[in-house]
Design a binder for this molecule. Structure first.
Ligand SMILES: Cc1cc2nc3c(=O)[nH]c(=O)nc-3n(C[C@H](O)[C@H](O)[C@H](O)COP(=O)(O)OP(=O)(O)OC[C@H]3O[C@@H](n4cnc5c(N)ncnc54)[C@H](O)[C@@H]3O)c2cc1C
Length: 496
């Protein structure tokens, strides 16, 4: 059998993965004049961002710290009638709920408007590396295998697939055992009785927003707003879950109701399936996780109908098209962002984006979460440039950060802000004929700021009105309760 050379596709900027990060990167690169190709394994754009509310546009002072393209996406969705206004929340700062199908439609439209070329249902299977230079990737799809040659490649796979296949350094999971945050297959319920649901939230015994329980003033403020809130973030109801477990009606490794009441009056997004001990880069572990979460969904639907106020007539509307993997490979870059940077609200000289979402770790091997509040922080360009090689950038879940830091930077708007930064950096590099490290940082920062991105120049003062109305949790909250490590032989998803 003879082997003919692979067909070659050429572009200036190649983006792999069209989640919040990759999609935004591709649009930014193309808008800044680069011939851009976006490669995506699925048959739609947006990755996991399509099925969730977007959290983390604001910091704990309720200041908008993510602007630029992510904010433009919100505004376009709002004009379509497919997104709520921002709703402030003492723990998450803000939430905006979106209609998943309209976001998929808009994402496709944005890509086409920007002139991004697209290859869907196409998976990266190898990375082209010459010495220390990443030259593109090999992909596999219905047409067979192709070579894609690019001047700059952006890894937006969430798993660092391009980096890993190119021999670039990466890390995975927490220090010690390497376990990553537990994953969740998200699903959406319809037929929710909004008034009955809110009545349930108002019952203090349910502790629907558990973070507020120790702070009666914050609880009172929430109760004054809740009837008119469009988006209601829910993390509590522990006693109800326990009651169902004792009755034999609940066997999911989850101890709280976690989810979001949509701006669409009768809809609720459930974020409660859970697998302990996933290895997201091991196909056996991943497949095992899918089988488990699909078993959990009927249990959870029955639980909602039988136990949770407002859900007696709830219907299963949508199951997310992909398992929500909160954490996977983190590509090592020129700088590794740390939890300390976030908690100190560090301002880097090479800031190209901002974030303010709290550190939110869904325990890898236990129930509930570990959490720490942060100050509005910047993201340095160096955390988006892969170490020891030329021509490879990354954004989103796989940026260069520690297990703890990525637990904040991973939320959708902050992934998008990183995407805008790397897409713009890649375009400037190819237009000027420079390596990505050769692009003057001031030129990148001025371009980003000129295109509306927040890099720390226009954040302004704390939003006093919102602080008065919503209240603030203390910066140092007491540690969360619950078991830390319950991976047992029967619960472990690792398949060795
Ligand atoms: C269960 C869950 C709940 C969450 N809740 C919220 C929330 O309420 N609000 C919020 O703001 N954030 C939330 N997050 C965080 C946030 O949704 C994600 O971290 C973020 O969307 C990640 O974006 P990304 O672009 O890095 O990755 P992804 O969305 O994972 O996108 C990666 C894309 O790359 C593609 N891809 C992967 N490998 C390849 C390959 N080899 N070749 C080609 N394509 C490939 C994938 O198909 C996918 O489209 C949640 C996360 C999870 C998992």
């Amino acid at each position: 059998m003879s082997h003919s050379p692979l067909p070659v596709i050429r572009c200036q900027v190649l983006v792999v993965g069209s989640g919040a990060a990759g999609l935004t990167a591709a649009i930014a690169a193309a808008r800044n004049g680069a011939d851009t190709l976006l490669v995506e394994n699925a048959g739609f754009l947006g990755g996991i961002s399509t099925t969730l509310p977007w959290l983390g546009f604001h910091d704990r002072d309720f200041r908008l710290v993510v602007k630029g393209l992510p904010l433009e996406f919100c505004q376009r969705l709002q004009r379509l009638g497919a997104a709520s206004d921002f709703e402030f929340d003492p723990k998450c700062a803000s939430a905006i709920s979106i209609e998943s199908h309209w976001w998929k439609i808009l994402a496709m439209q944005l890509v086409r408007e920007a002139g991004v070329k697209l290859l869907l249902h196409t998976q990266v299977v190898a990375t082209l590396r010459e010495g220390d230079r990443i030259r593109g990737v090999e992909v596999e799809n219905k047409s067979g295998r192709q070579r894609i040659e690019a001047e700059v490649t952006i890894d937006g796979t969430g798993d660092g697939d391009v980096a890993a296949r190119g021999g670039v350094a990466w890390a995975k999971g927490r220090t010690g055992d390497g376990l990553v945050q537990s994953p969740t297959l998200v699903f959406r319920l319809g037929g929710v009785d909004r008034a009955a649901f809110i009545a349930g939230c108002k019952d203090p015994a349910n502790r629907y927003r558990e973070w507020l329980t120790p702070y009666p003033d914050l609880w009172d403020k929430m109760m004054r707003r809740i009837d008119r809130m469009h988006v209601i973030v829910c993390g509590g109801y522990a006693a109800l879950v326990e009651r169902a477990r004792e009755a034999g009606d609940f066997n999911v490794p989850q101890t709280r109701i976690v989810g979001v009441k949509h701006h669409v009056a009768d809809q609720f997004t459930v974020v409660m399936t859970r697998v302990l001990g996933l290895d997201p880069t091991n196909i056996h572990s991943l497949t095992d996780a899918y089988t488990r979460v699909y078993e959990q969904i009927p249990v959870l639907v029955r639980f909602f109908r039988s136990y949770v106020p407002g859900f007696a007539r709830a219907q299963l509307l949508e199951i997310a098209p992909m398992l929500g993997v909160r954490e996977s490979r983190r590509i090592m870059g020129d700088y590794v962002l740390t939890a300390e940077d976030l908690m100190a609200g560090r301002v880097f000289d090479d800031a190209v984006g901002m974030g303010g979402y709290h550190i939110d770790i869904h325990r890898p091997a236990g129930t509930w979460v570990d959490s720490h509040n942060v100050k509005a922080y910047t993201i340095p360009a160096r955390s988006l440039i892969a170490r020891d090689v030329d021509g490879l950038l990354m954004a989103g879940k796989c940026l260069s950060a520690t297990h703890e830091a990525v637990a904040s930077t991973r939320v959708i708007p902050i992934c998008m802000a990183q995407g805008q930064a790397v897409g713009t950096l890649a375009a400037l590099a190819v237009k000027r004929g420079l390596a990505v490290r050769g692009v003057p940082i001031a030129a990148l920062q001025d371009t980003l700021a000129g295109q509306g991105a927040e890099i720390g120049r226009t954040v302004g003062e704390p939003n006093r009105q919102a602080i008065d109305e919503v209240g603030q949790l203390p910066f140092n909250e007491p540690p969360t309760t619950g078991d830390q490590d319950t991976v047992s032989a029967s619960e472990t998803a690792w398949v060795r």
